[in-house]
Write a protein that binds this ligand. Sequence first.
Ligand code: AMP
Ligand code: ZN
Length: 473
Amino acid sequence: MALKIYNTLSRQIEEFVPNEAGKVKMYTCGPTVYHFAHIGNLRTYIMEDVLEKSLTYLGYNVERVMNITDVGHLSGDSDTGEDKMLKGAQRENKTVMQIAEFYTQAFKKDCERLNITWPKTVVPATSCIDEYINLVQTLLDKGFAYISGGNVYFDVSKLKDYYVLTNHQADDMFVGVRDGVEADDSKKNQNDFALWFTKSKFEDQELKWTSPWGLGYPGWHIECSGISMKHLGEYLDIHCGGVDNIFPHHTNEIAQSEAYLGHKWCNYWFHVQHLNTEGGKMSKSKGEFTTVDTLIERGYNPLEYRLFCLQSHYRNPLVFGYSRLDGAKSAYQKLIKKTLNIKQNNSGELNQDQINSYKQKFADALENDLNTSLALTCLYDVLKDETLSNASKLELIESFDSVLGLNLTKEEAPKTQNNNTLSAEYIQQKIEERLIAKQNKNYALADEIRNQLMSQGVVLKDSKDGTTYEIKN
Ligand code: AMP
Ligand code: ZN
């Protein structure tokens, strides 16, 4: 079988054929570093990591580039609202560069804890200003861009197929973006987008560069075209992001890149569906969101969240809740215990035929539009196969884990009440019982639960976001 993957561009599952046999050029839209990444953002990065690891597993040599958005991203994705970086800097009384540095490191730490491989080439948007200026100048020279009201805009009416990625008619997209959008009188067409701002809406914009059009800063979309072309050349195999990037960000990336290059730029577009809370999409701008730190504070291993993501298909929306995460936690702990048992009783011959047949099944699952839940079923089949020696099982677990990234053979046995530490499920259950007691105005019971946990070394902390806990030695 060959890898088959859903391509947003054609709206169907296609066989994956890179431009150069055996080599894949992959670009990932990186985070806007004005705040911590939430676990929704991280769902996208986990699945992109699984894509990269799967490509490697299937024998491709992957060259991957990711940007870090530290300039140009306004809170409305279509040139409206406040500058996100400026907002972050004002919130924390720091400079934009301090904010960018702090949240880039925080994102890197999250990636490490979730076993997301840091791409070999990670590029801050502020480091490629010359490339954007060259792109914008060429777009002006070729007549795809115009200057108006002090800014440079891309003229979407100059393209036959601006809506190629969305299959939307222009009118539909107007409806899609009209909500809450302040009309920009400088634009010729509603969906024209800024390539370069010289007339900043933000008087106190910190970062500005000289350009042929005056002192200013780049629009958000141009950075991904500039960085991708600089590091991966004119032909890209696969470009990734969350589904909210399809319009306008990726639509605009295609428009400006292909207008600049004069030929097709990227063949496959890979989009991860959103992680939602019961109240809707998890989003940074709403201000209330769950981070990897929140998960750790609540007693979860970040890899339990990784497993939670792998259990569902990347193209299905995923609803997050702690009771659902508890299911993944318990599944993860069982996997670790079983693997540990196999490691401690590692014996028997390696049966290469059996090993190859299981590896093939695992590869088939990945080749089936990255079917990670089927890949996990393959792992469970290995664990329960009584005809397989432990030596063969261990080899297979290690091989599968190069894609799953669950540290299956590296984790220690999960801590339980038996070794003097309360399990996270137990504590969580007690927190829930206490919450119900409070809702029923049974404050005596709520206090009793708190005191009981305290005597067991668990200190509860209440905040407007709920109750977290700390374990005291
Ligand atoms: P940002 O830091 O806002 O630029 O977003 C980083 C990545 O997270 C982008 O690829 C987004 O498409 C993606 N993303 C944003 N919200 C969610 C969500 N709730 N679930 C999954 N991915 C998301
Ligand atoms: Zn991008």
